[in-house]
Ligand binder design. Structure first.
Ligand code: NI
Length: 150
């Protein structure tokens, strides 16, 4: 495993729409392992592949309950609203309260290509939405309810 450099806001790669993962091979496993090491090194709760310069639909989340890898995630349901304070490893030192669904249901693939569904509320739901936004070139700043805190 290796720690990769996290791309910062201002880099074009964070504004692109990522392509689906098509090959569930060793290269994907290496990517996900590197994302895990990079996330833990940075002490974050989530990381999306474009944040290390890879324009593929792969995200990793760990809100303190162990790592969750979501490949090609899609929302099946989004209901309610919650407002939590968010930050982003690509926007160091910046925080803000966002509007996110209170509940999400997601379908995704694991690193082997097997499909699964998951439900999330509270911080986990926010993290899922935040990281899936990254796959579509969207930063949390576009979800703010008030201003940015620095
Ligand atoms: Ni982020």
């Amino acid at each position: 495993m290796a720690i990769r450099q996290i791309v910062l806001e201002g880099d074009d790669v964070l504004t692109k729409v990522c392509r689906p993962v098509e090959k569930f091979d060793q290269k994907l496993c290496t990517l996900l392992d590197d994302m895990r090491e990079t996330l833990y090194d940075a002490d974050g709760v989530g990381l999306a592949a474009p944040q290390i310069g890879i324009l593929r639909r792969a995200i990793l989340i760990d809100v303190g309950e162990g790592p969750i890898e979501l490949i090609n995630p899609v929302f099946l349901e989004q209901t309610g609203e919650q407002n939590l304070q968010e930050g982003c490893l690509s926007c160091p030192g910046e925080w803000g309260v966002t509007s996110r669904p209170a509940y999400v249901k997601i379908r995704a693939q694991d690193r082997h290509g097997d499909f699964f569904e998951m439900e999330a509320t509270e911080l986990l739901a926010v993290a899922c939405c935040h990281e899936i936004d990254h796959l579509n070139g969207v930063l949390f700043k576009e979800r703010l309810v008030d201003g940015l805190e620095q």
